[in-house]
Design a protein around this ligand. Sequence first.
Ligand SMILES: [Zn+2]
Ligand SMILES: [Zn+2]
Length: 131
Amino acid sequence: MTSRICPKPGCPNFIPIGAKRCKTCQAAWDKARGSNTERGYTAEHFRRGAKAKAEATRKKLRCELCSKPMLPGQELHFDHETPLAVDRSSRASRVLHASCNASAGGRLAHNLPPKPGGPDGQPPRAGSTAP
Ligand SMILES: [Zn+2]
Ligand SMILES: [Zn+2]
């Protein structure tokens, strides 16, 4: 039998193998982290997002959805390539126009059903640039 004690300072509870913290602390943790985190939007996400957006506009990278360059002053989204609904550990990895991300192509990219009759006849992204 191996059991560990909860890593939270002062917490006397034992935790099951593989768990990060005891149930009580996990509940408190989840609550403290709030809804953003539930959706995968952690502080790290925002930090990486700000950096990725800055880089995208500096290099004038093209939006994967509309193939137009992303320019300073445009509203951009830092997007999860794998929808969080599919993989909660997915990390955001690309920058898109905010408007495109919400468009038919964006819906497609998120495996949401496209709106019927949409003009989106483009094939899914060909070849990812991300390592
Ligand atoms: Zn605990
Ligand atoms: Zn775009």
